[in-house]
Design a protein around this ligand. Structure first.
Ligand code: AMP
Length: 398
């Protein structure tokens, strides 16, 4: 049980048909090869637990955005092959996820068999949360497990509507682990809690920043967002990216931080270029000195020293979003140095979001971050203080 919700350990799965909704939405290259299998590996504890109990395991997921139509580009077949390699046993792949042929295959499963169904989003009913589609999925199983953290912020049939057609619906180990770490970081944290938020736009992180002000002791805003906060206060930022329509929001955030006693930090210097390109000349200047025609594209070395100071007494660290245009070598230093500074801290650290995850891997510090979330959008919704819709689908313990 976790927070009143049923987990895998609350049900007897022995020899039962167990449907596991995973999030195998993995990145593929142009040849259809899996570039990063983290999301597959992270579901192995759930699968192994079921195998130990001789369950009949039916795995399902979406991949990409096939828009409700069958599209071979988004087939989960490569995932079945990777799973076979990781588990060292056969994973039978079915070319659909509902219908008579699928039912026949599922109802003739033996104990310990594993089936992976084809992409749920090949049917429009998945994203439309169509009850008929949910019902067809529910028909396949005796127990339903949601382990697709990365999809848990969506009201789709397989993670939401399903609850009306099968009980119990329980949490898998991956979903449980995500929520547990989130709680450790922001619900019952050891203080001080320090948040680092980066990325391009204040508008897309507004909810996150506002909510974090109620939770954290210190917040550092990096990435292009910093310029909106600087310019909102009346200072010049050269040609750096700003969102003028966010000035009032930015000022009210600074004000709220002040009232709440949250220490609010912005970078103190920037690495600037004349264009977002590898070829641009660069200069490194204090924030007050960004010349006309130049844009801040990364935080500077003084800001990195500041970050290390901020982290000195941290007990808990939350990180989302890059500090600069880290996709370009000239502007990746700040993001990578932040990854290293967090990795070197003994504090509990959680990080999430596609870019953040990528930067942590590239910096080679994966093992030194306490928890890296597998969900971008779902992680941000938790940071915003929203309840994940999938929790409404999970059976409550009486
Ligand atoms: P987000 O999706 O909001 O987390 O934003 C991530 C994007 O922000 C990355 O693609 C970065 O290249 C971009 N970014 C970060 N810092 C800057 C900056 N100073 N100027 C322009 N883009 C930036």
């Amino acid at each position: 049980m976790f927070n009143g919700y049923m987990t895998l350990e609350d049900v007897d799965v022995t020899a039962k048909r167990v449907f596991v909704r995973t999030d195998y939405n993995v990145p593929l290259d142009e040849h259809g090869n899996i570039v990063d299998d983290t999301r597959i590996r992270e579901t192995i504890p759930t699968i192994n637990y079921l195998l130990d109990r001789n369950a009949k395991i039916i795995l399902a997921s979406h991949l990409g955005r096939p828009k409700g139509k069958r599209d071979p580009k988004y087939s989960l077949f490569p995932v079945a092959k990777r799973l076979e390699r990781l588990l060292g046993r056969e994973v039978k792949f079915l070319p659909d996820c509902i219908g008579p042929a699928v039912e026949e295959a599922v109802f003739s499963m033996k104990e310990g068999d594993i089936i992976l169904l084809e992409n749920l989003r090949f049917h429009p009913g998945e994203e439309k949360n169509d009850p008929e589609f949910a019902k067809a999925l529910a028909k396949l199983a005796e127990i339903y497990v949601i382990d697709a953290f990365g999809t848990c912020h969506r009201k789709h049939a397989s993670v939401y509507g399903i609850k009306d057609f099968i009980q119990p619906v329980v949490m898998g180990f991956l979903l449980e682990r995500e929520l547990k770490y989130f709680e450790k970081a922001l619900v019952n944290p050891q203080r001080p809690v320090v948040a680092f938020i980066g990325g391009a736009k204040v508008s897309s992180k507004l909810g996150v920043i506002k909510h974090l002000l109620d939770k954290v002791d210190k917040i550092f805003i990096g990435g292009a967002m910093a310029f909106t906060f600087i310019k909102a206060q009346g200072y010049d930022v050269g040609s750096s990216l700003v969102e003028e329509d966010m000035f009032d929001e930015a000022l009210s955030i600074i004000d709220k931080a002040k009232k709440k006693g949250v220490k609010f930090y912005l970078p103190v210097d920037f690495i600037c270029g004349q264009a977002i390109s590898e070829q641009t000349p660069v200069i490194e200047v204090a924030w007050q000195e960004i010349p006309k025609g130049w844009m801040g594209l990364d935080i500077g070395h003084a800001s990195v020293i500041l970050i290390r100071e901020i982290l000195k007494d941290a007990q808990t660290i939350v990180w989302n979003g890059p500090m600069g245009v880290f996709e370009i070598d000239k502007f990746k230093m700040g993001t990578f140095e932040l990854a290293h500074a967090i990795a070197e801290s003994p504090a509990l650290s959680i990080a999430g979001g596609g870019d953040t995850d990528y930067a942590i891997h590239k910096a080679g510090v994966v093992d030194k971050i306490s928890y890296i979330s597998t969900g971008g959008g779902a992680f941000l919704e938790l940071l915003e203080g929203k309840q994940l819709p999938c929790l409404e689908a999970i059976t409550k313990v009486k």
